[in-house]
Design a protein around this ligand. Sequence first.
Ligand code: GLA
Length: 727
Amino acid sequence: MDIIYIQNNQFQLNTLNTSYVMHNENGVLCHTYYGQRLPDMDHGYMAKRCRYNGDFQSNISENVPTLDNALLEYPVFGDGGITHPALEVLNADGTNFVDLRVVDYIVHNGKPAIDDLPASYCENGDKVKTLEIKTKDEVSGVEARLFYAVFYDYDVITRWVKITNNGKNAITLLKALSGNIAFDNKNYDVITNFGTWARERQIERAPLLHSGAIVESNCGSSSHYANPFIIMAEHNTTEHSGESIGIALAYSGNHKMSANLSRYNVVNLSAGISPDNFRWNLEQGESFSTPELVISFSGNGLNGLSQNFHTLIKNRVCRGIYRDKKRPVLLNLWEACYFDFTDETIKKAADSAADLGIELLVIDDGWFGKRNNDHTSLGDWNVNEDKIKCGLADLCEYVNSKGLMLGIWFEPEMVSPESELIKKHPEWVMQIRGRKPTETRWQLMLDLTNPEVCDFVYDSVAYVLKNTNIQYVKWDYNRTMAHIGSAYLKAEQMGEYYHRYILGLYGVLDRLTTDFPNVLFEGCASGGGRFDIGMLYYTPQIWTSDDTDAVERVEIQYGTSLIYPMSCQSAHVSVCPNHQTGRTVSMQARHIFALTGSFGYELAPEKIADNDREYIKEFIKFYNDNFDVFQSGKYYRLTNPTNDDFAVFQYVYNGRVIVGAMQMSNHAVNLQNTVRLKGLEPNGIYLNKATGKKYCGSQLMQFGLPLNVCTGKNDYCAFVWDLSLCD
Ligand code: GLA
């Protein structure tokens, strides 16, 4: 077994269950195969079939070929292909073509870092190797190094490209995607997420047509609207059977992912930074690295594909002490008091939260400047002493004395028009000179392309963390970019704005997470508007949505789980009637479905009724006792909550099994009354701790668990099973 097997101009990348094969044909790097694991051997006949698929023009072995029908790993604008190029260069002579030919390759043990960008990583003992294929255009001197990191045990391959201008003249990149994969169409459906504020990551599945499918964001962030991933699933692939390929971009800015079907029914799947309003100047000797593209194949249905992404993201993207450490059960006070609080409110909440088992109390928006509503003070990160009279450090001490950690909200990338910061530094605002900058939620954006502004952002957060014992930061971002421009960048750099902004953000996050390794950073962007692998590198959990209604959350968390692990999705129990929908749902349902995330609360603890307090205490104990199951267990989606009467999830970890179910709609006669479990030992005996009943694994997987516990009850009745494998 070789992780990277190279022979006869073929590169075979092997993971435990998959193989990704390419071939070098006369210097052109072509895709050969991606799917179930193949033996290490010659796959030349596959390469031939790719080449001569009925088009007389496609003969790569000619000296200067057009590549109309080749399955290319990194198509270039102007190569004669009709597929969407991954690279487009503006040469000094005004032309756009570069002819990238393979000149060399190296195999690295482990995985090199990617310049200035978040990326998956490996640790000692991991079976990870990286293939670096060097391609070059002899005429212009442009070089593109294509990297393929192979995570053997994870069934994941990641790709990125480093482009270097080794020519004599400056060039401009007009498009530089992270990769392209071309393969035969197997009657594919395209699965994507769309969404909006409070309704993030809804799943859509539709057949791939020749008109193609595009997932893109040009609003400056990865967005609520189009999460940066695409899954291609064969039409008959279900949750638990059949083949699928997923690609997800580790990037938090503008992106474009597309699936195209050629006239020969070849699929081209590509992804990277959106080329719209993208330009990157490369002087002689300069390089540009693309974000990383995470790729996986599964033959075990969509759930199997999700598990591959989950395992990689939670173990080899998320970092810091909270990657493995139990996440604290937090209580965020936003829905409890919005902007209306004082230090006394916080102290009262701490008094009341302590004996519930809450571990971390979070002060949300409103603690700084003159911030009594959302019209002012972003940028003035000094404590509002009218509200927090005792100061943050003392307040923190008080909360700590109750046995709780204290956390705090920031929206560091923004500035209010009504703020001290803007008076001092109007030039720090993202704006087009001579035009009035756009406002959203009464806020403007800071220009993170300017290193001075990045230092200010770092200092604002670092000052609070240095001078208090605050141990958690909620990093919010509540608007989209518009009318972009910068007083710092030169006119010829303006096309670099979007990407430079994201590099500025990553730089600040990198410094903060390095300098404050014990602080838990949680991402947020008006809820889940920047939920991507790039952010998860810095913030191991992200506030999934501002919609805290348990029923709506079932669908949002379900859609998010296609790629992202449950432990990365913050999920809170809030009060009823719910503040976003007005819906009332039982305590049980709200708690059980917050288990499909990093668990917490969004309410005023002192207002909880006595009997509910007892329930909460017991539930937190249950969560704490089983934290490793939720953090490290395999997650199974057992039903589709959009179509089925029940939403049912399952975790399996070291013989422990937790199943949660919610009746999405009640009927006089309920039709679905069993759910079949997954991933158990067929001959193992599983004990239901609550009832003392025992079941055989194969019974639970073949016949299932009865769901009729809810018969005669209301919509949204929910329950949980806690099973464990007997010795
Ligand atoms: C955003 C966040 C909320 C809350 C508010 C505060 O909307 O998503 O959770 O922090 O900002 O203004």
